[in-house]
Design a protein. Sequence first.
Length: 282
Amino acid sequence: MEAVTKFCKFGATVKVVEARDRVLGMFDEEIVDSIQETSDMYDDEIYTNAMAENVEYTDDGKPVLVAEQEGEELRVEGDYILVAAGRETEPVLENLSLENTDVEVNDDGFVETDEQMKTTDNSIFCIGDSSGEPLLAHKAYRQGKVAAEVAAGKPAAFDNQYIPAVMYTDPEVASVGLNEKEAREEYDDLMIGRFPMSASGRALSIDKDSGFVKVIADSEEKLLGAQIVGARASDMIAEATLALEMNAYLDDIANTIHAHPTFPEALADAAEAAKDESIHSF
Protein backbone atom coordinates (compact mmCIF):
# COMPACT_ATOMS: atom_id res chain seq x y z
CA MET A 1 0.00 0.00 0.00
CA GLU A 2 3.01 2.28 0.32
CA ALA A 3 3.57 1.84 -3.41
CA VAL A 4 -0.13 2.55 -4.02
CA THR A 5 0.26 5.81 -2.12
CA LYS A 6 3.29 6.86 -4.13
CA PHE A 7 1.85 6.11 -7.55
CA CYS A 8 -1.52 7.65 -6.72
CA LYS A 9 0.23 10.87 -5.73
CA PHE A 10 1.84 10.83 -9.18
CA GLY A 11 -1.66 10.67 -10.68
CA ALA A 12 -1.74 7.00 -11.63
CA THR A 13 -4.71 4.69 -11.27
CA VAL A 14 -3.69 1.66 -9.23
CA LYS A 15 -5.32 -1.77 -9.06
CA VAL A 16 -4.38 -4.01 -6.13
CA VAL A 17 -4.48 -7.82 -6.16
CA GLU A 18 -4.24 -9.07 -2.56
CA ALA A 19 -3.92 -12.74 -1.58
CA ARG A 20 -5.40 -12.22 1.88
CA ASP A 21 -8.96 -11.23 2.77
CA ARG A 22 -7.96 -7.58 3.23
CA VAL A 23 -5.04 -5.27 2.61
CA LEU A 24 -2.63 -4.42 5.44
CA GLY A 25 -3.61 -7.59 7.24
CA MET A 26 -0.95 -7.06 9.93
CA PHE A 27 -2.87 -4.04 11.27
CA ASP A 28 -6.20 -3.74 13.06
CA GLU A 29 -9.14 -3.88 10.66
CA GLU A 30 -10.34 -0.66 12.31
CA ILE A 31 -7.16 1.07 11.15
CA VAL A 32 -7.42 -0.18 7.57
CA ASP A 33 -11.04 0.96 7.41
CA SER A 34 -10.00 4.40 8.64
CA ILE A 35 -7.40 4.75 5.89
CA GLN A 36 -9.84 3.78 3.16
CA GLU A 37 -12.54 6.07 4.56
CA THR A 38 -10.33 9.16 4.87
CA SER A 39 -8.30 8.99 1.66
CA ASP A 40 -9.65 8.94 -1.88
CA MET A 41 -6.35 7.45 -3.07
CA TYR A 42 -7.58 4.02 -2.09
CA ASP A 43 -10.84 4.16 -4.00
CA ASP A 44 -9.36 2.27 -6.95
CA GLU A 45 -9.93 -1.42 -7.58
CA ILE A 46 -8.79 -3.69 -4.74
CA TYR A 47 -9.21 -7.42 -5.31
CA THR A 48 -8.87 -9.48 -2.13
CA ASN A 49 -8.64 -13.26 -1.71
CA ALA A 50 -6.94 -13.29 -5.11
CA MET A 51 -3.80 -15.34 -5.77
CA ALA A 52 -1.70 -14.21 -8.74
CA GLU A 53 -0.82 -17.09 -11.05
CA ASN A 54 0.45 -15.80 -14.38
CA VAL A 55 0.99 -12.80 -16.63
CA GLU A 56 -0.32 -12.65 -20.18
CA TYR A 57 -0.21 -9.86 -22.73
CA THR A 58 -2.80 -8.19 -24.94
CA ASP A 59 -2.28 -7.79 -28.68
CA ASP A 60 -0.94 -4.29 -28.10
CA GLY A 61 1.54 -5.50 -25.48
CA LYS A 62 -0.20 -4.52 -22.25
CA PRO A 63 0.27 -6.93 -19.34
CA VAL A 64 -2.70 -8.80 -17.89
CA LEU A 65 -2.37 -10.31 -14.44
CA VAL A 66 -4.17 -13.64 -14.23
CA ALA A 67 -5.26 -14.62 -10.72
CA GLU A 68 -7.55 -17.11 -9.00
CA GLN A 69 -10.18 -15.46 -6.82
CA GLU A 70 -12.49 -17.72 -4.81
CA GLY A 71 -12.49 -20.39 -7.51
CA GLU A 72 -12.93 -17.99 -10.40
CA GLU A 73 -10.40 -16.59 -12.86
CA LEU A 74 -9.60 -12.92 -12.36
CA ARG A 75 -7.95 -10.90 -15.13
CA VAL A 76 -6.58 -7.46 -14.33
CA GLU A 77 -5.17 -5.34 -17.14
CA GLY A 78 -2.77 -2.44 -16.69
CA ASP A 79 0.23 -0.66 -18.16
CA TYR A 80 2.69 -2.07 -15.64
CA ILE A 81 2.71 -4.77 -12.97
CA LEU A 82 4.57 -4.30 -9.70
CA VAL A 83 5.22 -7.43 -7.65
CA ALA A 84 5.17 -6.35 -4.00
CA ALA A 85 5.12 -9.69 -2.22
CA GLY A 86 8.06 -9.33 0.14
CA ARG A 87 11.55 -10.69 -0.33
CA GLU A 88 13.47 -13.88 0.28
CA THR A 89 16.75 -14.33 2.14
CA GLU A 90 17.70 -17.74 0.76
CA PRO A 91 19.06 -16.49 -2.61
CA VAL A 92 21.37 -14.13 -0.71
CA LEU A 93 22.56 -16.83 1.67
CA GLU A 94 23.33 -19.16 -1.23
CA ASN A 95 26.12 -16.82 -2.36
CA LEU A 96 27.88 -16.74 1.01
CA SER A 97 29.36 -20.27 0.93
CA LEU A 98 27.95 -21.00 4.37
CA GLU A 99 28.55 -24.70 3.74
CA ASN A 100 32.21 -23.96 4.47
CA THR A 101 31.33 -22.71 7.96
CA ASP A 102 29.47 -23.98 11.01
CA VAL A 103 26.63 -21.50 10.45
CA GLU A 104 23.20 -23.14 10.69
CA VAL A 105 20.14 -22.01 8.75
CA ASN A 106 16.70 -22.86 10.13
CA ASP A 107 13.72 -24.30 8.26
CA ASP A 108 12.43 -20.79 7.49
CA GLY A 109 15.63 -19.88 5.67
CA PHE A 110 17.05 -17.60 8.36
CA VAL A 111 20.45 -17.82 10.04
CA GLU A 112 20.34 -19.04 13.64
CA THR A 113 21.64 -16.36 16.05
CA ASP A 114 21.75 -15.74 19.79
CA GLU A 115 21.12 -12.49 21.70
CA GLN A 116 24.64 -11.32 20.90
CA MET A 117 23.93 -11.80 17.18
CA LYS A 118 26.47 -14.63 17.04
CA THR A 119 25.71 -17.49 14.70
CA THR A 120 26.38 -21.15 15.47
CA ASP A 121 29.86 -20.43 14.16
CA ASN A 122 31.21 -18.41 17.07
CA SER A 123 33.40 -16.21 14.86
CA ILE A 124 30.57 -15.10 12.56
CA PHE A 125 27.82 -12.59 13.34
CA CYS A 126 24.56 -12.09 11.46
CA ILE A 127 22.22 -9.11 11.56
CA GLY A 128 19.28 -7.78 9.58
CA ASP A 129 16.92 -9.65 7.28
CA SER A 130 19.04 -12.82 7.19
CA SER A 131 18.64 -13.23 10.97
CA GLY A 132 14.84 -13.45 10.84
CA GLU A 133 11.65 -11.46 10.93
CA PRO A 134 10.59 -8.73 11.10
CA LEU A 135 12.54 -7.61 8.05
CA LEU A 136 12.94 -3.99 9.12
CA ALA A 137 15.87 -1.60 8.85
CA HIS A 138 15.48 -0.19 12.36
CA LYS A 139 15.73 -3.68 13.82
CA ALA A 140 18.91 -4.25 11.82
CA TYR A 141 20.44 -0.99 13.08
CA ARG A 142 20.04 -2.12 16.68
CA GLN A 143 21.38 -5.59 15.89
CA GLY A 144 24.40 -4.06 14.16
CA LYS A 145 25.25 -2.02 17.24
CA VAL A 146 24.98 -5.11 19.43
CA ALA A 147 27.22 -7.14 17.12
CA ALA A 148 29.83 -4.36 17.01
CA GLU A 149 29.87 -4.03 20.80
CA VAL A 150 30.23 -7.78 21.29
CA ALA A 151 32.97 -8.00 18.65
CA ALA A 152 34.82 -5.25 20.54
CA GLY A 153 34.63 -7.28 23.73
CA LYS A 154 31.93 -5.21 25.39
CA PRO A 155 28.74 -6.58 27.00
CA ALA A 156 25.68 -6.19 24.78
CA ALA A 157 22.57 -8.13 23.81
CA PHE A 158 19.65 -7.75 21.44
CA ASP A 159 16.98 -8.08 24.10
CA ASN A 160 14.43 -5.68 22.65
CA GLN A 161 10.94 -7.07 23.10
CA TYR A 162 9.08 -4.54 20.98
CA ILE A 163 9.79 -3.52 17.40
CA PRO A 164 7.48 -0.90 15.88
CA ALA A 165 6.01 -1.35 12.41
CA VAL A 166 5.24 1.65 10.22
CA MET A 167 3.36 1.89 6.95
CA TYR A 168 4.07 5.07 4.98
CA THR A 169 0.65 5.43 3.47
CA ASP A 170 -1.36 8.66 3.58
CA PRO A 171 -2.32 8.89 6.36
CA GLU A 172 0.52 6.97 7.98
CA VAL A 173 -0.03 3.85 10.08
CA ALA A 174 2.11 2.67 12.99
CA SER A 175 1.78 -0.19 15.45
CA VAL A 176 3.75 -1.72 18.31
CA GLY A 177 2.97 -4.52 20.73
CA LEU A 178 -0.34 -6.36 20.59
CA ASN A 179 -3.23 -5.18 18.43
CA GLU A 180 -6.77 -5.60 19.73
CA LYS A 181 -7.38 -8.99 18.12
CA GLU A 182 -4.13 -10.41 19.47
CA ALA A 183 -4.76 -8.96 22.93
CA ARG A 184 -8.25 -10.48 23.12
CA GLU A 185 -6.78 -13.88 22.34
CA GLU A 186 -4.45 -13.60 25.35
CA TYR A 187 -6.42 -11.59 27.90
CA ASP A 188 -9.98 -11.85 29.23
CA ASP A 189 -10.34 -8.19 30.17
CA LEU A 190 -8.89 -5.23 28.33
CA MET A 191 -8.85 -1.48 28.72
CA ILE A 192 -8.92 0.25 25.33
CA GLY A 193 -8.66 3.96 24.74
CA ARG A 194 -9.13 5.86 21.49
CA PHE A 195 -8.45 9.50 20.76
CA PRO A 196 -9.52 10.98 17.41
CA MET A 197 -7.04 13.25 15.66
CA SER A 198 -10.01 15.49 14.89
CA ALA A 199 -9.78 16.52 18.57
CA SER A 200 -6.05 17.29 18.36
CA GLY A 201 -5.29 20.99 18.26
CA ARG A 202 -2.05 20.44 16.39
CA ALA A 203 -3.65 18.17 13.81
CA LEU A 204 -6.45 20.68 13.24
CA SER A 205 -4.00 23.57 12.88
CA ILE A 206 -2.31 21.97 9.86
CA ASP A 207 -5.44 20.35 8.41
CA LYS A 208 -4.24 16.79 9.13
CA ASP A 209 -7.03 15.67 11.43
CA SER A 210 -7.91 12.24 10.05
CA GLY A 211 -7.21 9.07 12.00
CA PHE A 212 -6.87 8.21 15.69
CA VAL A 213 -4.59 6.89 18.41
CA LYS A 214 -5.51 3.64 20.13
CA VAL A 215 -3.92 2.15 23.24
CA ILE A 216 -4.57 -1.29 24.70
CA ALA A 217 -3.90 -2.29 28.30
CA ASP A 218 -4.73 -5.26 30.51
CA SER A 219 -7.12 -5.10 33.48
CA GLU A 220 -4.22 -3.94 35.68
CA GLU A 221 -3.69 -0.98 33.31
CA LYS A 222 -0.36 -2.28 32.00
CA LEU A 223 0.20 -1.21 28.41
CA LEU A 224 0.01 -4.05 25.88
CA GLY A 225 0.10 -2.24 22.57
CA ALA A 226 -0.64 0.90 20.59
CA GLN A 227 -1.84 1.62 17.07
CA ILE A 228 -1.86 4.98 15.35
CA VAL A 229 -3.30 6.12 12.05
CA GLY A 230 -2.79 9.71 11.01
CA ALA A 231 -0.17 12.32 10.30
CA ARG A 232 3.11 11.83 12.20
CA ALA A 233 2.15 8.29 13.22
CA SER A 234 5.69 7.19 12.39
CA ASP A 235 7.04 9.71 14.91
CA MET A 236 4.48 9.13 17.66
CA ILE A 237 4.98 5.37 17.80
CA ALA A 238 8.43 5.86 19.38
CA GLU A 239 6.88 6.97 22.68
CA ALA A 240 4.60 3.94 22.77
CA THR A 241 7.57 1.66 22.02
CA LEU A 242 9.56 3.16 24.89
CA ALA A 243 6.55 2.81 27.19
CA LEU A 244 6.25 -0.89 26.35
CA GLU A 245 9.98 -1.50 26.80
CA MET A 246 9.75 0.16 30.24
CA ASN A 247 6.68 -1.91 31.23
CA ALA A 248 4.66 1.27 31.55
CA TYR A 249 1.09 1.61 32.77
CA LEU A 250 -1.64 3.90 31.47
CA ASP A 251 -0.95 6.46 34.20
CA ASP A 252 2.72 6.64 33.20
CA ILE A 253 1.65 7.94 29.81
CA ALA A 254 -1.40 9.95 30.87
CA ASN A 255 0.46 11.76 33.66
CA THR A 256 3.48 12.64 31.54
CA ILE A 257 3.21 16.30 30.58
CA HIS A 258 3.21 16.61 26.81
CA ALA A 259 3.81 19.95 25.12
CA HIS A 260 0.68 21.57 23.68
CA PRO A 261 -0.25 21.66 20.90
CA THR A 262 1.62 18.64 19.58
CA PHE A 263 0.77 15.35 17.94
CA PRO A 264 2.25 13.13 20.69
CA GLU A 265 -0.15 14.46 23.33
CA ALA A 266 -2.81 12.37 21.56
CA LEU A 267 -1.14 9.30 23.08
CA ALA A 268 -1.69 10.69 26.58
CA ASP A 269 -5.30 11.50 25.68
CA ALA A 270 -5.83 7.92 24.48
CA ALA A 271 -4.39 6.60 27.75
CA GLU A 272 -6.84 8.81 29.66
CA ALA A 273 -9.68 7.56 27.46
CA ALA A 274 -8.83 3.96 28.36
CA LYS A 275 -9.45 4.92 32.00
CA ASP A 276 -12.63 6.86 31.14
CA GLU A 277 -10.87 10.04 32.22
CA SER A 278 -10.58 11.86 28.91
CA ILE A 279 -11.11 15.62 29.05
CA HIS A 280 -10.50 16.41 25.38
CA SER A 281 -12.87 13.97 23.69
CA PHE A 282 -16.17 12.32 24.47
